[in-house]
Write a protein that binds this ligand. Structure first.
Ligand SMILES: NC(=O)c1ccc[n+]([C@@H]2O[C@H](COP(=O)([O-])OP(=O)(O)OC[C@H]3O[C@@H](n4cnc5c(N)ncnc54)[C@H](O)[C@@H]3O)[C@@H](O)[C@H]2O)c1
Length: 306
C-alpha cells in the first residue's frame, strides 16, 4: 500500500525512525516535521520537508503543527530508559502529556488517522515468547509505562472520539542514522560505530540476552500500512521479525562481515533490561499485511558500510 498526496505530520521527524518515515513519504506527499531537536538532529531532516521546531509538551506548538494535516506519525518521545528511571516525571511529561497534546490537537483539527510509536518495552519480561499482543503488559521501567499509557490513550481516542488511531509496538529497530552517542542507544548503532573506530565492544550481561532486531525500512513500511489499512482503528500491532538473536550471535555475525575477530568486554547487566524479547508477528501479518523484508545479515552489512 502506498500513501500519495496526503498532508502528513511526523513528530520526532529529526530522529532516527521519524526521519526515515519523512524521507520515504516526502516523494509523494506534503510532509511536515515537528521536533524539539532533543535527540534528533537538523541534518536528519530530509530535503523538501517543512520543519517546525517545537515541543510536544507545548499544546500550542502541537496545534500549529497539525493544522491542515491528514495523517500524523507520532514518533517524538523520550527514548532513553535510564533517563526515565532517573527522572520519571520528565519521561511522563514528554511521552504521556506530549502524546495527549498530540491526540487532543488531532481530535480538534480533523486529522484522519494517528499512527503511534509504541514499544515492546511495555511487555517487560512476558510470560509468552514470541509475545502476542494479548500478553499482559508489565513494563520494567517508567519508559515502558509511559509508552503503555500513551498507547492506551490512543485506543480511548479511537473508541470515544472516533479519531482513527493505530499503535505499533516496535521491537529493536536498527539501521543507518540511529544515534550511537548515548550509552542506551540501539546496541547495533553503538557496535557499528565502535567497529568503524576500531574500538572494543561492551556487552552488558553475558551476551545471551536475545532481541528481535527489525530494520528501519521495514518499520517505515509498517507505518505506511498502519496509516492506510482498513478496520484497524484502536488496535496495537507488534512490529518485529519474529526471530530472536542473542547479542553474542550478533557479534559473531558482525565479525564475519567485518572480516576480523572483534574485541569484546563483558560488563554488569543493566537495570530495566529484559532477558528475552521476540515478537509474535501474526496479527501484523494478517491484519496489516506486514512482512519484514530485510534480513539481519543484509541490514548489518549496510550498517557497517553507512
Ligand atoms: N529505536 C527503537 O528501537 C524503538 C523501539 C521501540 C519504540 N521506539 C519509539 O520510536 C520512536 C522514535 O524513536 P527513535 O529510535 O527514532 O528515537 P530518536 O531519539 O532518534 O527520535 C526521537 C525524536 O523525538 C524528538 N523529541 C524528543 N522529545 C521531544 C519533544 N518533547 N518534543 C518534540 N520532539 C521531541 C527528538 O529530538 C528526536 O528527534 C519513539 O517514540 C520511541 O519510543 C523506538
Amino acid at each position: 500500500m502506498k500513501l500519495k498526496g496526503a498532508n502528513v505530520l511526523v513528530t520526532g521527524g529529526a530522529g532516527f525512525i521519524g526521519s526515515w518515515i519523512a524521507e520515504t513519504l516526502a516523494d509523494k506527499n506534503n510532509v511536515r516535521i515537528l521536533d524539539a531537536l532533543i535527540t534528533g538532529k537538523k541534518q536528519n531532516i530530509p530535503e523538501g520537508v517543512e520543519f517546525i521546531k517545537g515541543d510536544v509538551r507545548n499544546a500550542g506548538d502541537v496545534r500549529a503543527a497539525v493544522k491542515g494535516v491528514d495523517i500524523v506519525f507520532h514518533q517524538a518521545a523520550n527514548v532513553q530508559i535510564p533517563l526515565s528511571i532517573e527522572d520519571p516525571v520528565f519521561d511522563s511529561d514528554v511521552n504521556v502529556r506530549g502524546t495527549l497534546n498530540v491526540m487532543e490537537a488531532c481530535r480538534k483539527s480533523g486529522v484522519k488517522r494517528v499512527v503511534y510509536a509504541s514499544s515492546s518495552a511495555l511487555y517487560g519480561n512476558p510470560e509468552k515468547i514470541p509475545t502476542p499482543e494479548t500478553c499482559y503488559p508489565d513494563p520494567l521501567s517508567p519508559y515502558g509505562t509511559s509508552k503503555m499509557a500513551g498507547e492506551y490513550y490512543t485506543k480511548v481516542y479511537s473508541s470515544l472520539y472516533g479519531l482513527e488511531t493505530v499503535s505499533l509496538r516496535y521491537f529493536n529497530v536498527y539501521g543507518p542514522r540511529q544515534n550511537p552517542d548515548s550509552p542506551y542507544s540501539g546496541v547495533l548503532s553503538i557496535f557499528s560505530k565502535n567497529i568503524k573506530e576500531k574500538r572494543s565492544l561492551t556487552v552488558f550481561g553475558d551476551g545471551r540476552q536475545r532481541r528481535d532486531f527489525v530494520n528501519v525500512r521495514d518499520v517505515v513500511e509498517a507505518n505506511i500500512l498502519a496509516a492506510t489499512a482498513d478496520g484497524v482503528s484502536g488496535e496495537a500491532f507488534n512490529i518485529g521479525t519474529g526471530i530472536a538473536v542473542s547479542i553474542n550471535e550478533i557479534i559473531s555475525m558482525l565479525g564475519k562481515i567485518a572480516g576480523k575477530n572483534l574485541d569484546v568486554m563483558y560488563s554488569e547487566r543493566r537495570q530495566g533490561d529484559a532477558r528475552k524479547s521476540c515478537a509474535d508477528t501474526r496479527k501484523a501479518r494478517e491484519e496489516l499485511g506486514f512482512s519484514p523484508k530485510i534480513g539481519l545479515e543484509e541490514g548489518l552489512r549496510e550498517l557497517l558500510q553507512s
